[in-house]
Design a protein. Structure first.
Length: 181
């Protein structure tokens, strides 16, 4: 057995990583795909084989995107849609859309997406660019990277710092406007 006073930094990092992985496995009742070697005492330098340990599932403290369910439609970044797009669920747009969009639930315009359309949905979140008319029955939220040019109608509006909104704005639901007129 060889002893060194100053441990090799790589060995120290490997030892710390093993310790963290063991703690994570214990806390979350995860079983590793392979057995971990025993921890290295702090005063002993041992050559260890390089192996990669991967948990059988993602630890719960790592944020994961919301799962796409069977009622979520997606327009991919490399896709272009012209015409009417109607869904009984939610819609996420990463690409380009021209025409009319109608969704029972939510419409999300992702960063980098370009939409020139009339949008009717419960909630609308804009991270990209929208030109046209937006009618949100619940809430319209324009994020810092979002740009909206056109007519907007929503009972609730959130415009984040850095977002751009230009055009006509009408607060309230479309039902309230028809009842008054």
């Amino acid at each position: 057995m060889f002893r060194r006073d100053p441990r090799d930094p790589l060995e120290r990092q490997l030892s710390q990583l093993r310790h963290q992985l063991e703690q994570t496995a214990l806390e979350e009742d995860l079983t590793p795909d392979e057995e971990l070697p025993p921890p290295v005492p702090s005063d002993v330098a041992v050559a260890t084989p390089r192996t990669t340990w991967q948990p059988s599932e993602t630890p719960s403290r790592v944020p994961t995107p919301a799962p796409t369910d069977r009622l979520t439609s997606i327009v991919a970044a490399n896709a272009r849609w012209e015409g009417t797009l109607q869904t009984e669920g939610s819609l996420v747009i990463h690409g380009q859309v021209q025409g009319t969009i109608r969704a029972t639930h939510d419409v999300t315009i992702a960063e980098g997406a370009a939409v020139e359309a009339e949008i009717v949905a419960h909630d609308v979140a804009v991270h990209g660019t929208v030109r046209g008319r937006i009618e949100a029955r619940g809430r319209l939220e324009i994020h810092p990277t979002g740009q909206v040019v056109g007519e907007v109608q929503a009972p609730s509006l959130v415009v984040h710092e850095g977002a751009r909104l230009s055009g006509k704005l009408k607060m309230g639901s479309s039902d309230a406007g028809e009842a008054q007129g």
